[in-house]
Design a protein around this ligand. Sequence first.
Ligand SMILES: Nc1nc2c(c(=O)[nH]1)N[C@H]1C(S)=C(S)[C@@H](COP(=O)(O)OP(=O)(O)OC[C@H]3O[C@@H](n4cnc5c(=O)[nH]c(N)nc54)[C@H](O)[C@@H]3O)O[C@H]1N2
Ligand SMILES: Nc1nc2c(c(=O)[nH]1)N[C@H]1C(S)=C(S)[C@@H](COP(=O)(O)OP(=O)(O)OC[C@H]3O[C@@H](n4cnc5c(=O)[nH]c(N)nc54)[C@H](O)[C@@H]3O)O[C@H]1N2
Ligand SMILES: [Mo]
Length: 770
Amino acid sequence: MNAFNTEQEQVEPRVGPIPKGPPEYHPYHHPAAGWGAAKAVTKFLVRERELVDGPQAIMRMNHERTGFDCPGCAWPDDIKGLKLDICENGIKHVSWEMTPKRVTREFFAKHTVSELSEWTDFALEDEGRLTEPMVYDAETDHYVPISWKGAFELVGRHLRNLENPNQATYYTSGRLGNEATFLYQLMARELGTNNLPDCSNMCHEASGRALTASLGTGKGTVDLVDWEATDALFIIGVNVASNAPRMLTSLVEAYHRGAQIVHINPLVEAAATRAIIPHDFMDMALFKSTPTSTLNLQVRIGGDLALLRGIGKAVLEMSKSDPKAVDSEFIERHTSGFDEYKNMCESSSWEEIERQSGIPRADILKAARIYRDADRSIISWCLGVTQHEHGVSSVREIVNLLLLRGNLGREGAGPSPVRGHSNVQGNRTCGIDHRPEPEFLDRLDEVCKIHAPREHGLDTVGTLQALNRGDVKVFVGMGGNFALAVPDTPHSYAALRNAELTVQVSTKLNRSHIVHGKDALILPCLARTERDMQKAGLQSTSVEDSMSMVHLSIGMKRPASPHLLSEPAIIAGMARAALPESDTPWEWYIEDYDRIRDTMSRVLDGFEDFNRRVRLPLGFRIKQPARELIFLTPTGKAEFSAAPVPDVVPAPGQLALGTMRSHDQWNTSIYTDTDRYRGIKNLRTLVFMNADDMRERGIEEFDPVDITGHARDGSTRQLNGFLAIPYNIPRGNALGYMPEMNVLCALCDYSTESDQPIMKHVKATITRAL
Ligand SMILES: Nc1nc2c(c(=O)[nH]1)N[C@H]1C(S)=C(S)[C@@H](COP(=O)(O)OP(=O)(O)OC[C@H]3O[C@@H](n4cnc5c(=O)[nH]c(N)nc54)[C@H](O)[C@@H]3O)O[C@H]1N2
Ligand SMILES: Nc1nc2c(c(=O)[nH]1)N[C@H]1C(S)=C(S)[C@@H](COP(=O)(O)OP(=O)(O)OC[C@H]3O[C@@H](n4cnc5c(=O)[nH]c(N)nc54)[C@H](O)[C@@H]3O)O[C@H]1N2
Ligand SMILES: [Mo]
């Protein structure tokens, strides 16, 4: 049961906790948030022994000026200065980080790394916070203590000994604050490489590429003021109640205002029915929930482009008798490529659109009517749209639809991607980009007196390939859990083990410490909730949310250990060791982060007067040219695109299998094996299937099944013994949890449009286990 079978090695999927009881499945019929959430929080705080500090810290979360930014999702803070802008999952993320449990040198002395490799990922993280720098000792197979100085020297020695700087790669996970981000990319570029892979390469790379091509800016253009003013919201491919719970507040408010809400998702997720505002305890007490949907379209996996094309086609057809259906004046003045798009809509037949989207024409017309009747529309999306072969084309199709009715550059209208990690957007803004713009590099060179390389660097997939080939010898992970987050688990393990040195800057023990290079360092850092004292006093860092708001985050808790360093300090330590002659004042920057911000204000667009503006209540919003209808595209106009409708219908006998999160996890951090809104308890190794697809294969509820993934290059990947759950999902589709299912995602299956791993569409066969 539950064996990973690949040619490389046998790995058991040891991710979630050992189940406390038999698996349970009872479909959920309650609103999102509410008492279930309150109960779950209390249980979690008790388990993490955080009932004393927890509530006090939570009161300061997302507080303007005095608080720290929630280390959970990137949803913006309430603009009315809400005193309690929190949600169930935000509270879990904070308490996860504030746990009193500690991983000490005695722990490492007690357990060899081989022994730890048998532990579940849940158990590794559950040991608590890392407390001091450790280095791998191959002779004893233990991690042993090392001084910070010794650790930096080891990194410096490896980096200085490389034949060329492109033999090192510098990964970022999206929690890193802006100041550390800036220093990190500066270090990489001063060393001579643009090898800056990040979690965004697996997340919204497609959105960035699409928005840049269509609008000349890589980000969404709307903010919460727009969300409060819009007439129609289209929510595509995001599990709001679990992954962006504070959006529930906006959905409830929108519904009360009479706005239309259309959900496009193969699943009817909890937020697509009714919700209680996450922080509204009065509503909770009265069980007062609000509907949060006017229309649910259960699109086929990968069928979003077809569906959006259908809406566009319908609106264009309406415009023949209803000229106001399209905004011709806007199209004329501000866009280019309309005729090609229009021709494409005409030549995409209804038959093809229905077949590829899996949605009957009548329902597509309903969505089109809602879109036509709304004066202002926002389209919001997340991984259900991006993690596909044609993710870029699909996001561009979203923009096509917006342009058709001039839903851009005015209040209440525009594209609104839901970003993942709390500062993933800020990371890109502040220079984490393997394909940097030449203008940015020119300014960086001029201000920081370096010679940044111009050739593009490696992204996540490129890094894995290069590690496999032996072309990259040093891997530095600034946060995250690279080994477990990336596709093709056994391959990624082999890739990391191929490295001469792996360095993981982390808060908690995870798989990426256990799967390591020949030399390996664990460098423990301060977390966002903790006090960061430097020479000039208490320091703050800044973050940017999904809606381009930049604000300060100040930790106030006593650090988990006196031996922790801040992320900026760790970067500076590594940089000085690798670049002893560097003119960059690394140590001086760390004394006072205002100095880093001063330099950033001279390099980065939109960061003028950074130190003053970031201290304003709620911070400041980075200017969005596209919002002002200024398009930094080659034509100077917003560009329509005209991609053909892709074929996403599974081959006979196959299913399109997506990977996603349960309610109780943060990417690779697993809190419990419960997925409350989907009615699952004590189970993660499952696959949600359509009941007819199960029947056809002779599979019954809780039957163990074997899943084979069929990669583009003809190779296969295998997961055995997962339990089948009959679920309301379109025929031909199946879904299960990441990171368990990363085994099935082949490294060669990345999008040719975005280089993003195709994590939402594995071509799979599923059979009843013998
Ligand atoms: N609690 C919690 N919050 C999180 C995270 C977490 O792990 N836990 N992770 C954070 C990160 S890094 C990110 S990027 C975001 C991710 O947020 P989501 O994008 O919500 O992440 P997933 O769980 O992968 O869910 C994908 C959703 O897309 C749907 N879907 C799957 N395939 C398709 C498709 O082809 N079309 C459409 N329209 N929908 C599809 C699924 O049914 C599911 O509802 O959340 C962030 N917030
Ligand atoms: N199959 C499949 N795979 C996926 C996805 C999917 O939908 N399907 N989603 C992808 C997406 S969207 C993303 S964003 C990636 C996530 O990939 P990552 O960002 O690499 O992974 P996380 O699980 O978020 O990282 C968790 C670890 O971060 C460390 N950490 C937490 N807080 C801090 C901090 O403040 N500082 C530092 N230095 N470390 C910290 C802890 O040690 C913890 O173990 O996974 C991707 N992988
Ligand atoms: Mo993400």
